[in-house]
Ligand binder design. Structure first.
Ligand code: AMP
Ligand code: MG
Length: 401
């Protein structure tokens, strides 16, 4: 497509939204970058831009030709639907069917978490929203990003943007402009650089459209299940109707149709995987019949199973810096260790922010294998483990020394 890719720096601090969703941009460079990106989008070409979750590859959502270029640039399977991003409640309203009214749950979730990393499913107006966006589903997924550059780009373009992560399909999502350059250089015209992403994992995808009124989490993400529960419990405390239940897909419910559908995040396709093998190291709940290995036996297995140069095995580590397993692994000095700073066990938000950066950075350092330590599936840990399980080709249970 494009010959050279321009990286245009944007200063988030120069962008301010008023309470009525109007944007003011005080930096001339940032304003010029946003206008250049908006012009590119209006020429129906995709643009990469920062969001608070990961970098997105955006195109005008209501134009099927523009949206199709997202699929061709990423190599994304056509049956994987896209999330539509809006900059205001007014823009959301323009996308919804005329007689549709938001449920009390959706009102609460929007009030507390928009703008932010929460995607909601809405009934789809098929006269307005191209089938390529929804992959033919009866629903459309919509969110309002909180990153000033993302929201300003949508506002300046004055159009909703479809935007999956700005990476080749199947790879870890980019959380810095440099990651996008490494992957898509020459394939797109403009990358807006707004610095590293704060959340680091994709949005939480919520389906609140069922008649039972319950909230189904289809994909855990930047907004935790605990946060959603707190808001609904408080919001419904004085209501006559019962507090909606929160059901996490595959943890609290399964659904045959959902399991088969490509709309189930990362179900059908390889996801979040670097080109080097990733092994998930688990210490809890070994399934029956699986005998956990000692750390040294695990490393001996690794040396035999991972192809590497005859002199040294190079191993990337994504482990909390206070991990009790770490010491016994790195005491093996025959291995060349590449540690990526990963935060403390008690800081899952920091681990979430660094996970994709760690996978992409260690891959570029040329390690032979990446080892990721499991985290507890609470708070941000649920989304972290959702991504790590899909990135990892194998899991190994290890006994804590
Ligand atoms: P991403 O890959 O981060 O762009 O997120 C897109 C994901 O959102 C898809 O892979 C689906 O899992 C989910 N999604 C988007 N639209 C829908 C929809 N209409 N119904 C269910 N899930 C959806
Ligand atoms: Mg993605």
């Amino acid at each position: 497509m494009a010959a050279a890719t321009q990286v245009l720096a944007c200063d988030s601090a120069s962008i301010v939204f008023s309470s009525d969703d109007q944007v003011a941009i005080s930096s001339p460079e940032t304003l010029a970058a946003l206008h250049a990106a908006a012009a590119c989008l209006k020429d129906l070409l995709p643009v990469a831009f920062p969001t608070e979750t990961v970098y997105g590859l955006g195109a005008i959502a209501l134009n099927a030709t523009a949206a199709s270029k997202i699929f061709s640039t990423k190599g994304r399977p056509a049956d994987n639907p896209l999330i539509v991003h809006v900059s205001s409640r007014r823009m959301l309203q323009t996308l919804l069917p005329q007689n549709y009214a938001l449920s009390p749950s959706y009102e609460l979730l929007i009030e507390h978490f928009w703008p932010g990393p929460l995607t909601l499913l809405f009934p789809c107006d098929h006269c307005l929203i191209p089938d390529i966006i929804t992959a033919g589903q009866p629903t459309v997924a919509i969110r309002m990003p909180s990153h000033p550059v993302a929201r300003a780009l949508i506002s300046v373009t004055d159009a909703p943007l479809a935007a999956p992560s700005a990476n080749s399909s199947g790879k870890p999502s980019p959380t810095r402009a440099e990651h996008v350059v490494n992957d898509l250089n020459g394939k797109i015209t403009i990358i807006l650089d707004g610095g590293p992403c704060e959340v680091g994992l994709e949005s939480t995808v919520v389906d609140g459209l069922h008649e039972d009124g319950n909230i189904r989490i289809l994909r855990p993400g930047g907004i935790t299940v605990e946060d959603i529960k707190r808001v609904l419990v408080n919001g419904f405390s004085d209501a006559d109707t019962p507090i909606p239940q929160i059901l996490v897909h595959r943890r609290d419910f399964s659904d045959d149709a959902l399991e088969q559908a490509p709309t189930t995040p990362g179900m059908k396709y390889r996801h979040y995987s670097p080109s080097v093998p990733v092994t998930l190291m688990r210490m809890s709940n070994a399934p029956p019949g699986i005998e956990p290995l000692s750390p040294s036996a695990f490393l001996e297995d690794l040396k035999l199973s991972i192809p590497h140069s005859p002199d040294t095995l190079r191993v990337g580590l994504l482990m909390p810096s206070d991990s009790i397993l770490m010491k016994s692994l790195i005491s093996d000095t025959t291995i060349q260790w590449h540690e990526f700073p990963f935060g403390l066990v008690s800081e899952p938000a920091i681990i979430a922010r660094r996970l994709f950066d760690g996978l992409l950075t260690l891959e570029r350092e040329g390690v032979d294998v990446i080892l990721v330590e499991e985290v507890s599936e609470e708070n941000e840990g649920l989304a972290i483990m959702n991504r790590v399980k899909k990135a990892a080709g194998s899991s190994q249970w290890i006994t804590i020394p």
